[in-house]
Design a protein around this ligand. Structure first.
Ligand code: FCB
Length: 468
């Protein structure tokens, strides 16, 4: 395993840079049908035979709905500045439109107040995939009405919380919802149609832009943005068909979202390849999508290597991979951020998710997840490189606070820096959590020493905190 080189102290690290941890509602809350919550498309999808690797569901998950206060204590113990979480739409508005559920709203209100009481900034995501199933019955994201239901939902949540939430993300990873949910169908709602996926992507983007406009008109002062999952793409070979396929996939993953958000147009090379699958776009839609954002969130895990003949298998390349089979490629984060900065006029950028799944073992109350610590430290270093190269970085958040329900992989993949025993709901801080805590502590200590000059200390695992 590569050891991280100590970084030289970096002068002028962005003022107010935010360090955090992230989760999402369906993956941790449990209480799937309690206190008036309606079913989401993921509750329904989990019942499809074979859809989830371990045939599990979100009924209990991390039981965070009940354990939220002690989970907030853990977040406070880590010493982070921010917590990124999501609101479950069917918990606060069970049918997606119509009546609101006061108990659901109160849960998030308590959560936000609990964060603020502990000095942690709330970063709220409105849509981390758990669409109310009632809306799916009416066509879901493929139907234009859902756009307007989403805007109303955003306004309702923010009417309640907008005075206390630091930042609001409209959607988490629209590519995943569109492509994995509606084209490959491996995620909820399990549809397989490229045309539908592209229409869904358009509606997600449109609802993002319209929600921003509506929230600003309502006087909401939270920072507003979107979170995209992005990764640099490389052709598997110099063959023209591999290069062409790579350009198409890059168009579908990155440019299909970033171009409309910053330039108000879909990429013409992708449109030219879509034939009849080109989505319906109404007059004014592209203008709405281009509504200026206060921040862009980027989730980064790996790079992609594309071959025209099928998918390229990282494992056969003998590469360093995580338990997801995703190649560990931190330099891709620097490359991606530098590319975005050179091609688009970016607002402040957050890494809203970065982390890794490994096969963890609890031994004598400890989890020695050196690989995860190394992964995180290397990616922070890669992000610092991007800062040096002028990318306007504003924050970094680890995925994830807790081991949790990893979508189609169920509970088999553990991404947490805190281990969860799903039988007893016991939480155990892994060594990576202790390392992150030590890192943040040192950072603040150095900052206090250096006065107004912000420095990033040496980024490497600290043995005294690793118990080795
Ligand atoms: C991202 C999701 C997040 C989690 C990580 C591993 O795509 O946003 O919920 O599943 O991947």
């Amino acid at each position: 395993m590569t050891t991280v080189d100590p970084l030289k102290a970096l002068k002028n690290f962005p003022e107010g840079f935010v360090w955090g941890v992230a989760t999402s509602s369906f993956q941790i809350e449990g209480a799937a049908a309690e206190d008036g919550k309606g079913p989401s498309i993921w509750d329904t999808f989990c019942r499809v035979p074979g859809a989830i690797a371990d045939a599990s569901n979100g009924n209990s998950a991390c039981d965070h709905y009940r354990l939220w206060e002690s989970d907030l204590d853990l977040i406070e113990y880590l010493g982070v500045d921010a917590y990124r979480f999501s609101v479950s739409w069917p918990r606060v508005r069970p049918s997606g439109s119509g009546a609101w559920n006061e108990k659901g709203l109160r849960f998030y209100e308590n959560l936000v107040d609990g964060l603020i009481k502990r000095g942690i900034k709330p970063y709220l995501t409105l849509n981390h995939w758990d669409l109310p199933d009632a809306l799916q019955q009416q066509g879901g994201w493929a139907h234009r009405d859902t756009v307007h239901h989403f805007v109303e939902y955003a306004q309702g949540v923010m009417a309640r919380l907008g005075d206390r939430v630091t930042a609001v993300t409209t959607h988490n990873e629209p590519w995943v919802m569109a492509t994995l949910g509606h084209e490959s169908g491996i995620f909820a709602p399990g549809i397989q149609s490229r045309a539908t996926a592209l229409q869904v992507a358009h509606h997600l983007l449109l609802s993002h832009g319209l929600a921003l406009q509506a929230l600003r008109a309502d006087g909401v002062r939270s920072k507003l943005g979107i979170v995209l999952n992005l990764s640099p793409m490389f052709p598997a070979s110099a063959a023209p068909e591999d290069i062409e396929k790579t350009r198409y996939e890059d168009g579908r993953l990155l440019r299909w979202y970033v171009d409309p958000l910053f330039r108000g147009a879909y990429p013409s090379d992708v449109l030219a390849r879509l034939g009849e699958d080109v989505p319906a776009v109404a007059a004014g839609d592209m203008e709405a999508i281009k509504t200026p954002m206060d921040f862009l969130g980027v989730n980064y895990y790996s790079r992609s290597v594309i071959s025209a003949s099928g998918s390229w298998d990282t494992k056969t390349g003998g590469l360093d991979v995580t338990d997801m089979g995703w190649e560990i490629y931190p330099e891709g984060l620097t490359e991606l951020l530098v590319r975005l900065h050179s091609e688009y006029k970016l607002p402040p950028v957050y890494i809203t998710e970065n982390g890794a799944a490994f096969k963890d073992q609890v031994e004598d109350g400890r989890v020695h997840d050196k690989q995860r610590t190394d992964y995180i430290a290397r990616h922070i270093s890669a992000m610092v490189e991007a800062v040096k190269l002028g990318v306007p970085m504003a924050g970094y958040m680890v995925w994830s606070l807790l081991d949790n329900f990893e979508w189609a992989c169920g509970y088999e993949k553990r991404f947490g820096i805190i281990h969860v025993d799903y039988q007893t709901q016991t939480r155990t801080l892994k060594d990576s959590a202790l390392w992150y805590r030590g890192f943040l502590h040192q950072l603040k200590h150095d900052k206090a020493k250096a006065g107004t000059v912000h420095q990033v200390p040496m980024i490497k695992p600290q043995p005294e905190l690793m118990g080795s």
